[in-house]
Ligand binder design. Structure first.
Ligand code: SF4
Ligand code: ZN
Length: 304
């Protein structure tokens, strides 16, 4: 392998979209610089923000938590928020690991579960969606429920921002899925930052410009503990997996594809601004909603 672009050491990381070669030390500093640059570029944080970080125990959220704590815990306050969807042998293990790490960092933690807030776990949802496939895939219930509880939990923690571990790959998959579904309304809500409303805590994605592969490399290099043993047992149903496979193939053949899709989205986004603005509130729970019921309440109704 070539030598590091910044020093004379042997490169350990070759980032094909550059091409850029880095030794371990320069890879970590490049990674951290991009993290901070993302926060500056998209104005993700203000002084005195109280940041609730949605932590699942996976590599993305654990890395986001570590970096926010490393660089932003002086001027901002960092808290951790965990949602237990009730997925046995998966989320229980991941959350136990995350809890230990959060405690080690001395960060305030709040835990919420689907069972306590919604009266259902993802196993209950799986039983219903398994029988009646027409009501939607298991994951199509999990996402809205988790988003709702993250928002409620962040409010209860008096957070001014809700940070998630979404990375570049996730964002590009969402852009492509919405494009294929002709869902410009959903697409208009993507981006590094979602503005808050009366009932919605602003959401930020500090790993928005960071490829997944590099998060794994950084976490391993910097001994950030995360749960990476298994995939969610219900993920086989996710349409997202198809898009992940297709987009990864494109990125491998044509390095830089992810950044290019993101740039296309960022050029389109201003054109979508204001087109879908009309804000409503869910008749059942008061959350921001595009119709009479928010998507979580609509999904709960389908399950009843
Ligand atoms: Fe939920 Fe689907 Fe993700 Fe599993 S893969 S945690 S069911 S959204
Ligand atoms: Zn609702």
């Amino acid at each position: 392998m070539a030598s590091c672009d910044k020093c004379t050491k042997k490169a350990k990381f070759s980032l094909s979209y550059g091409p850029i070669n880095y030794c371990e030390e320069h890879f970590s500093s490049f990674f951290e610089k991009r993290f901070r640059k993302t926060i500056r570029k998209y104005s993700l944080l203000k002084k005195k923000d109280v940041i609730a970080v949605g932590v699942s125990g996976g590599k993305d959220s654990m890395t986001a938590l570590h970096l926010l704590n490393k660089f932003y815990s002086k001027e901002q306050e960092i808290k951790a928020l965990m949602i237990d969807e009730g997925i046995p042998k998966y989320r229980d293990k991941a959350l136990a690991l995350a809890k230990k790490e959060v405690e080690k960092l001395g960060i305030e933690l709040k835990e919420i579960s689907f069972r306590e807030k919604l009266g259902k776990t993802m196993v209950d949802v799986m039983k219903k969606t398994g029988r009646k496939k027409t009501i939607g895939s298991t994951c199509s219930f999990c996402g809205p429920f988790r988003r709702k509880l993250l928002n409620e939990g962040a409010k209860e923690m008096n957070a001014t921002k809700l940070a998630t571990g979404h990375n570049l790959d996730d964002e590009v998959q969402s852009i492509a899925m919405n494009f294929f579904d002709n869902d410009l309304k959903k697409m208009s809500r993507l981006g590094a930052k979602t503005e808050g409303t009366k009932n919605l805590i602003p959401r930020i994605k500090p790993l928005y410009l960071t490829p997944e592969k590099e998060i794994i490399a950084y976490a391993n290099l910097n001994e950030i503990k995360y749960f990476g043993e298994h995939c969610c047992p219900f993920s086989w149903q996710a349409k997202r997996n198809e898009f992940r496979g297709m987009l990864n193939q494109m990125e491998n053949k044509f390095p830089g594809t992810f950044y290019s899709v993101l740039a296309t989205f960022e050029n389109l986004k201003p054109l979508l601004k204001g087109k879908f603005k009309e804000e409503k509130f869910c008749e059942n729970c008061g959350s921001s909603s595009s119709g009479k019921l928010c998507s979580a309440c609509m999904k709960l109704k389908k399950l009843s």
